[in-house]
Design a protein around this ligand. Structure first.
Ligand code: PXP
Length: 248
């Protein structure tokens, strides 16, 4: 069974749209509260909670992350930029996993995968620090052989293959090619002993194909499930997604 990492960033996006100041200080006193959403999501079957603490704090705030660590019953996966400030924060927080992602202030959401090849030293330093502290590191990378091989060489236990290019190509002629890239990426990562996760742009439609990728351990899904929850509530949205992930 493929696990669901529920990404709750966009619950915080809605909160920040109204309560930019209050959310950083009073957290749960303003709505919608991402921590409450996380707990309800877990109750409906989410296997882990994922948040991206961005440098510009545009959605998730530090206070949210600390509250999550206290309140959730599953695993906390902290997505973060690969830099000394975030590394220091993660070492204090001690989430179950950190997922290193590229960060660019102008992007609306994470766009390409992390360039491990071009940032080898920084990535290695972060992996080493996390390993020493008992935190598993996941690298969010494109399904590219060189990136996958270096991830394994640097000792990252997990890779999250970026499904965004595939999701964007879903309704076009490029879909089969992007799916094949992901398929080969999953096979290579598994051969190298890496745990293989997938994420970005997975929704209630394309999940039926993404679930057929080999060796996928967990999918990290945010936008589609938070969007669906506006109509059904988070519990129903999670139950429906998990059913589709299981091919039902
Ligand atoms: N995985 C990673 C590493 C991400 O940065 C994100 C958010 O951009 C996701 C998964 C979830 O993507 P989405 O919100 O499109 O489901």
């Amino acid at each position: 069974m493929i696990l669901l990492g529920l990404n709750i960033d966009h619950c915080a996006t809605v909160r920040q749209a109204r309560y930019r100041e209050a959310a950083a200080t009073t957290g749960g006193a303003v709505e919608p509260d991402p921590v409450t959403l996380a707990v309800l999501g877990e109750r409906a079957g989410a296997d882990g909670i994922t948040v991206h603490l961005r440098e510009d704090r545009r959605h998730i705030q530090e206070r949210d992350v600390w509250r999550l660590r206290e309140c959730i019953a599953t695993r906390l996966n902290l997505e973060m930029a690969c830099n000394p400030a975030m590394t220091a924060f993660a070492l204090k927080l001690k989430p179950a996993t950190v997922c290193l992602v590229p960060e660019n202030r102008d992007e609306i959401s994470t766009e390409g995968g992390l360039d491990v090849v071009g940032n080898q030293k920084r990535v290695q330093a972060c992996i080493n620090a996390m390993t020493k502290a008992g935190i598993q590191t996941s690298l969010f990378i494109d399904p590219d052989e060189a990136q996958i091989e270096l991830a394994a060489k640097l000792g990252a236990p997990i890779v999250e293959l970026h499904t965004g290019a595939y999701a964007n190509a879903y309704h076009s002629a490029k879909r089969a090619k992007e799916f094949q890239r992901l398929r080969l990426g999953c096979v290579r990562a598994h051969e190298l002993g890496l745990v293989v996760n997938a994420g970005h742009g997975i929704n209630y439609v394309n999940v039926t194909e993404v679930r057929t990728l080999p060796h996928v351990h967990e999918m990290n899904i945010g936008h589609s499930v938070i969007s669906r929850a506006l109509f059904t509530g988070i519990e129903e949205a999670v139950r429906e997604l998990k059913a589709r992930m299981a091919g039902q």
